[in-house]
Each structure stands twice: as C-alpha cells, then as structure tokens.
Design a protein around this ligand. Structure first.
Ligand code: GDP
Ligand code: MG
Length: 166
C-alpha cells in the first residue's frame, strides 16, 4: 500500500512533531515560532505495510497578504490531491478561530479527513470526550484518533488506521 497524506492544522498543534516522530528523522522545521513551515516538507514512512508520503503543509489561516493568499491556495490544492488529510488539533485548547477557519476550508474537500487530537499527554482523559464531541458536531470525520506526537502515544494506531484507508 502507498499514498500521500497531508498534515493540516493551525500553528503549534504539533504537525512537524508528528511527522518527525512517524518517520523518525528530523526533516520538518520545529520551532516555537508559528509559520516556520513555509513550504511543503515531505517525509516518507516505510514499513512492512507499505509507504506513506507525508506533506507538512503551510498553515491554513485567514490570509492577510498576497503571500498569505498564495500559501492558503497551495494548501487547499494539496488537500484535493492527496489520498488522506490529517487535521491536527490541540486537545488542551478547545476549538479556536483558527480551527474553525480550517474546517470551513474542509467543507468542499472530498478527500477523507481524520481528526487527530494531539497533545493528549496534557489533558485529563475525562476531558477528551467532550472536546472530541465538539469537533464531531461541526464536521463528519472519517476517523478520530487521539495521540501524543511528543510522547508517541497511540501513534502506531494512527499509522495502522492510515494504512487501512490507503
Ligand atoms: P506545528 O506548528 O503544528 O508544526 O507544531 P510543532 O510540531 O512545531 O509543535 C509546536 C509545539 O508543541 C512544540 O513545542 C512541540 O514540542 C509541542 N508539541 C507537539 N506535540 C506535542 C504533544 O503531543 N504533547 C506536548 N505536550 N507537546 C507537543
Ligand atoms: Mg510545523
């Protein structure tokens, strides 16, 4: 099996951390400064199941400049061209304006979208279900996978579920 998987989500949700963890190499730029990932960074995961090419997309956010508009367009085109989209959110922060804006952009996309609830190491398990419910009310996700990209919690499950859909 093989396919292209795009990582989207507002700045700092952990897209680069997840890609680095999954492919086991530091290729995406990690920084506390938002928007460091200007161009698409690709990472390849190969195991006995097959191969996944991850695309760490430039952030989708309300464009405030011509460059911003171009970046958003690029990200939207990517979503249509990949096999699967991973929409990352921060379990500790609830739905913000940035998350809502991205979900607006997902409405017209026919590619399957997984909700990946990251940073579960930072929230009490009891708080996780209410957060997930909030997102489910807004969008019909193909799969919902809670993980910690930093600690590697449940990341194997994520990889397996991705392969199931390729
Ligand atoms: P991106 O902007 O979406 O690419 O986010 P980054 O991957 O650069 O991560 C932003 C910050 O969140 C960094 O300081 C990461 O170490 C931290 N981070 C990412 N994933 C997790 C996680 O699962 N748990 C915790 N506690 N921190 C995380
Ligand atoms: Mg990044």
């Amino acid at each position: 099996k093989s396919g292209f998987v795009a990582l989207i989500g507002r700045p700092n949700v952990g897209k680069s951390t997840l890609m680095n963890y999954l492919i086991g190499q530091k290729v995406a730029i990690m920084s506390d400064k938002p928007q460091t990932t200007r161009n698409q960074i690709r990472g390849v995961l190969t195991n006995e199941e097959g191969q996944i090419v991850f695309l760490d997309t430039p952030g989708i956010h309300k464009p405030q400049s011509r460059l911003g508009e171009w970046l958003v367009k690029t990200a939207q085109n990517t979503l249509a061209e990949v096999d699967l989209v991973l929409f990352l959110v921060d379990a500790g922060e609830g739905i913000g304006a940035g998350d809502r804006y991205i979900m607006e952009n997902l409405k017209g996309v026919r590619t399957p979208v997984f909700l990946v609830v990251n940073k579960i190491d930072q929230v009490h398990p009891d708080k996780l279900f209410p957060i997930i419910d909030e997102y489910r009310k807004i969008h019909d996700f193909t799969e919902i996978v809670p993980i910690s990209a930093l600690k590697g919690n449940n990341t194997n499950t994520l990889t397996n579920v991705i392969f199931e859909h390729l």
